[in-house]
Design a protein around this ligand. Structure first.
Ligand code: PEP
Ligand code: MG
Length: 537
């Protein structure tokens, strides 16, 4: 039994097999084999399975991005049938008496080098495809599932680090917990873990040898126990039972209002990143969705989502929420949320760089596509729109002009849309300091304490080394929240908190007293916070 310490990102207990998630460029070991024919047969089988996967991917991609976007998966299937490629693999196995993984990796290196050296741009670009298909075959040979995880059973996912794009692609039903070596508790991967209600630890120094072993994630103490003995296992099984019982008790609060004993009501909404989170929102009886991070719609795709694709997603969320408020935040990429197809330049300081509304007001075609989808979807439910990373009244005015253009276009085409409330995120000190001016321009404020803390304290929320001093309880942050709430009320609009601080139960009472009108939190925090508020005077 081994105990590895880390830092808690989301609490809870998980018990199950550990699976180290291999990234691309997984290292391939070489070993001698006796049965050459059996090794060649392994290649053949893996190739067939890889082709099967590519066929499915092609069909999925046709649905999502159309035939031309999906064509690459057909090309990959053909490459996997290429005689020269397959002969080279067999040849290496035969002449060197080595394992299939190594033979595929060597062939990939040789072919990729050959393609890269070609003058023809099209041909030299095929080097990346050769690597891609070979990695797929190697992964199959290693018995890993498509997400990089073993087989079908749910596992404790262990990785060096996880980018938000990798996290969203994981099949959530197969993940018991996340454990990473790097990362920070304010990163979007951490936020996703909370939304998914999955115990998560960071800063855990682990070795490859733990792969496939039984493990326990203790999301209270912040430890990963590898190969627990029977007594420890029993103790944690009992603790998990207890955890489930507590959750059951909270269910009694479903359907009850979030109101203090003296009658002060708090709107309690949920944060989501994708349509699949709506089920948890409903299960936890949130009053609405206070933050739909729409950039995850973009992160899940391999090309710009079309207006129609976005419209279908927003419409479905609005319909599933059946008349409850759904606040959708417009695209907030940049910083840790990078989308390849945006082809953004590498920046020295991306958190302060070209991101969020700055991109939308610059590349307005992207913004307009999203706004049209949002307004069209607003005819099917109660959609509100909110804009991220605002620093000036000028930006709000620019947004309003674009919105007016979108609405005029829809009017001309006779396309219906609802009465859409429009608000902004207060997540820069600039926005907090001019919240009196901004309040005159919008319908509501939602305070993004994650970024507000980062920019106020000048602490990169991604920097694990600074995790200990990244403090959203800092008086400067709390004073700004009070200022924003007061300025909102002076103009008769409401102000909520949608950053992670909103779910900090040590502050719930304080927020009520400060006059905060709404808290938007990960779905699993809804009932515990409702409990606190209902017990307040
Ligand atoms: C925030 O900054 O507090 C926020 C809610 O937005 P995000 O975490 O997505 O940056
Ligand atoms: Mg933010």
């Amino acid at each position: 039994m081994k105990r590895l310490e880390g830092k808690v990102v989301f609490s809870g207990i998980a018990i199950g097999k550990i699976s180290i998630m291999k990234k691309e460029n997984q290292s391939v070991r070489r070993w001698k084999v006796d049965d050459i024919e059996a090794e060649k047969a392994r290649v053949d089988e893996a190739k067939e399975q890889a082709i099967g996967e590519l066929k499915k991917l092609y069909e999925k991609a046709v649905q999502e991005v159309g035939e031309s976007g999906a064509a690459i998966f057909e090309v990959h299937q053909m490459m996997l049938e290429d005689e020269g490629y397959l002969e080279s693999i067999d040849n290496i196995i035969e002449t060197e008496s080595v394992n299939a993984e190594y033979a595929v990796a060597s062939t990939a290196d040789n072919f990729a080098a050959m393609f890269s050296a070609m003058e023809d741009e099209y041909m030299s670009a095929r080097a990346a495809d050769i690597k891609d298909i070979s990695e797929r075959v190697i992964r199959v040979l290693m018995g890993k599932g498509e997400s990089g995880l073993d087989g079908n059973e749910p596992v404790i996912v262990v990785a060096e680090d996880l980018a938000p794009s990798e996290t969203v692609q994981l099949d959530k039903s197969k993940v018991l917990a996340f454990v990473t070596k790097y990362g920070s508790s304010n990163s979007h991967t951490a936020i996703l873990a909370r939304t998914m209600n999955i115990p998560a630890l960071i800063n855990v120094g682990y070795g490859e040898e733990i792969d496939g072993k039984m493990g326990i994630v203790d999301g209270k103490e912040g430890i990963l126990i590898v190969e627990p003995d029977e007594e420890v296992l029993e103790r944690y099984r009992a603790a998990k039972e207890e955890e489930l019982k507590k959750k059951e008790m909270l269910k009694e609060l479903k359907g009850k209002p979030t109101v203090t004993k003296s009658g002060r009501e708090m709107k309690l909404y949920a944060n989501i990143g994708s349509i699949s989170d709506v089920a948890t929102v409903l299960q936890n009886d949130a009053g609405g969705i206070g933050l739909f991070r729409s950039e995850f719609v973009y992160l899940e795709k391999s090309d710009y989502p079309t207006e129609e694709e976005q419209f279908q997603i927003y419409k479905q969320v609005a319909q599933n929420m059946a008349g409850k408020k759904v606040i959708i935040r417009t695209l907030d990429i940049g910083a840790d949320k990078q989308v390849d197809y945006f082809n953004m330049d590498k920046e020295e300081n991306p958190a302060m760089g070209y991101r969020a509304i700055r991109i939308c007001l610059d590349r307005t075609e992207i913004f307009k596509t999203q706004l049209r989808a949002l307004f069209r979807a607003s005819a099917y439910g109660k959609i509100s729109i909110m804009y991220p990373m605002i620093i000036s009244v000028k930006e709000v005015k620019q947004i309003k002009a674009i919105v007016a253009e979108i609405k005029a276009g829809l009017d001309r085409e006779g396309i219906p849309y609802g009465d859409v409330e429009q608000g902004i995120m207060i997540e820069t000190p600039a926005a907090a300091m001019i919240s009196d001016l901004l309040a005159k321009e919008v319908d509501f404020f939602s305070i993004g304490t994650n970024d507000l803390t980062q920019y106020t304290l000048a602490i990169d929320r991604q920097n694990a080394k600074l995790d200990n001093i990244y403090d959203s309880h800092h008086e400067a942050v709390l004073r700004m929240i009070q200022m924003v709430v007061d300025n909102a009320h002076k103009e008769g609009i409401w102000a909520g908190i949608c950053g992670e601080l909103g779910a900090d139960m040590t502050l719930t009472e304080k927020f009520v007293k400060m006059g905060v009108d709404e808290l938007s939190v990960s779905p699993t925090f809804i009932l515990p916070i409702r409990k606190i508020i209902r017990e307040m005077e």
